[in-house]
Design a protein around this ligand. Structure first.
Ligand SMILES: [Zn+2]
Length: 100
């Protein structure tokens, strides 16, 4: 890509132009951006375990591929979802045992 400030041809992954020191914009934003799905998955993991689990698994894949932040958040969402699911199954079994 080319620097927006000085027009020099610079590395596509460069965060700052080595010639003039101006931030390249695109790369810097990408590296600082947290994966939206990781946040959604984390929140959902507390509310709807199965939806949280699905979102977190997809978010982890996206973070790995794009280099976005949110890997830890997605992992946390995945763990919380699995724990939530286990408790839901236990409650379901306990409920069935009680009524049968
Ligand atoms: Zn430059």
């Amino acid at each position: 890509m080319y620097c927006k400030n000085c027009g020099n041809n610079i590395d596509d992954n460069a965060v700052i132009c080595p010639k003039c020191g101006v931030a390249t914009g695109k790369s810097a934003i990408d590296q600082n951006k947290t994966n939206t799905l990781a946040i959604v998955g984390f929140v959902l993991s507390f509310l709807v375990s199965i939806a949280g689990l699905i979102c977190s698994v997809i978010a982890r894949k996206q973070c790995r591929e794009s280099g976005e932040k949110g890997m830890g958040l997605a992992t946390a969402g995945m763990v919380i979802s699995i724990i939530g699911l286990v408790f839901e199954v236990i409650y379901l079994i306990a409920f069935m045992v009680l009524i049968l």
